[in-house]
Design a protein around this ligand. Sequence first.
Ligand SMILES: [Zn+2]
Length: 116
Amino acid sequence: MKIRQHPRMQTITIGDEVYSYPLNLFARVEEVFPAAVCVKVGILSVNGFLRMVQSPQLWRADDIENLSVCRYCGSREGLELEHGTGVPFRCCIHCRNKPPEKRHPPSGWWADHRSR
Ligand SMILES: [Zn+2]
């Protein structure tokens, strides 16, 4: 059986920052799979004493958005943080110079779920 790559995975590489909508967490990609990423999430462990542990997790491509690329066109050129959403989405130099109505609609989980 051939495993089909999730379209979102084409723009995600190791070291990218991704955001998980269901978990409201940011993490750095450690490994890339056809339809998921492996990330390490820092969690507080209270096992006798309080400490931070790095817990590996598998996040589904459907649940995440790549914050290391432009959220409108997927470019990695001249990225800047986009303010006002609470999530550090990035916007490239080309899309930043376009009026908002001329930009591609944002891709990703937020766009997929907004109309529901
Ligand atoms: Zn762009």
